[in-house]
Design a protein around this ligand. Structure first.
Ligand SMILES: NC(=O)c1ccc[n+]([C@@H]2O[C@H](COP(=O)([O-])OP(=O)(O)OC[C@H]3O[C@@H](n4cnc5c(N)ncnc54)[C@H](OP(=O)(O)O)[C@@H]3O)[C@@H](O)[C@H]2O)c1
Length: 276
């Protein structure tokens, strides 16, 4: 599962204006299009649908044709998370392309105004969206690679639930400060902590953007195209491919513990500075 976002240097996904703020550039949009073409499903939160009205499709005709030639739909399955179910049936997501899958709550299912031709609406819990249930349902549909493209609420939910294998962050060379709108993540307890940091898989300049690719520590990524890693099981393969086992990071040797002082035992006197 990949989280992909463009953000300002101070971690904002957008500003507070009603216009969509462009944080990316043409080359980076094309990079994201290539990632889209490589996944089985693209997901966003309802906030992103309301703010950006995205289509969530592969744009490049060549990439669409390659997918079709490989027996896949031209664009990945499109997915929305919306506990309230309050989505605009006129949004571009629901008026163009294949049917969208919407994960909602029982209450959201009753409130959702989407026609069955536009979306398959699935309740995963009473009041919330149960992300693990949603992922299990996607897996049953054959989704092996999921790309989550925002926004901050959904990033926070996936990251804090430790469901993210890889993060692609394009950082724009400016600060938004007081103009900042949605944040990349909100305060939460994250397992990707200083005690269990992510691994940096790649950094690259894309014009004046900095692309950073992080992955879950100890897990080799099928997206590590810049530095392909040999699969330990299929040694003939040049790089990790879907279906390859995910090797864990080798356990690092432990530092021997310092001997503990046992009460009752006489300690050697510490030599004074002059006798050292
Ligand atoms: N720069 C970028 O790369 C980028 C990418 C995407 C979006 N954005 C920006 O980000 C902003 C939108 O982000 P956002 O944080 O406000 O919204 P968001 O994450 O896209 O969606 C928030 C919605 O997700 C649903 N939700 C809440 N908790 C959830 C959970 N635990 N699991 C699943 N779904 C849950 C709720 O839907 P209901 O309200 O229906 O209950 C909530 O309103 C926009 O300004 C957009 O332009 C930027």
């Amino acid at each position: 599962m990949i989280v992909s976002a463009a953000m300002s240097l101070d971690g904002y996904l957008d500003d507070t204006s009603s216009e969509r703020l462009v944080l990316s550039n043409a080359a980076d949009f094309d990079r994201v299009d290539a990632v889209r073409a490589d996944v089985d499903a693209i997901a966003v939160g309802a906030g992103t649908v309301r703010a950006d009205d995205p289509r969530l499709q592969v744009r490049s005709e060549t990439r669409r044709a390659h997918r079709v030639a490989a027996g896949r739909p031209a664009s990945p399955l499109r997915v929305v998370f919306s506990p309230s179910g309050e989505l605009d049936p006129g949004a571009r997501l629901f008026t163009g392309g294949d049917r969208v899958v919407v994960y909602t709550s029982e209450a959201g299912m009753r409130a959702c105004p989407l026609a069955p031709e536009a979306a398959e609406v699935i309740a995963t819990a009473d009041r919330d969206v149960d992300l693990e249930a949603a992922l299990a349902d996607l897996a049953r549909r054959g989704v092996r690679r999921l790309l989550v493209e925002g926004g901050g609420v959904v990033h926070t939910a996936f990251l804090s639930a430790d469901l993210v294998d890889e993060m692609h962050l394009a950082v724009a060379p400016f600060l938004l400060g007081a103009r900042g709108g949605a944040r990349f993540v909100h305060p939460a307890v994250f397992p990707q902590s200083p005690e269990r940091p992510l691994e940096l898989a790649e950094t690259r300049a894309i014009g004046d953007l900095a692309l950073m690719r992080y992955r879950r520590a100890g897990v080799l990524s099928v997206y590590d195209l810049a530095n392909p890693l040999r699969c330990p099981q299929h040694r003939h393969r040049r790089r990790m491919e879907p279906g390859c086992p995910r090797p864990r990071r080798p356990r690092t040797a432990r530092r021997p513990k310092a001997p503990r002082h046992r009460p009752g035992r006489r300690r050697e006197p510490t030599p004074s500075r002059s006798t050292r």
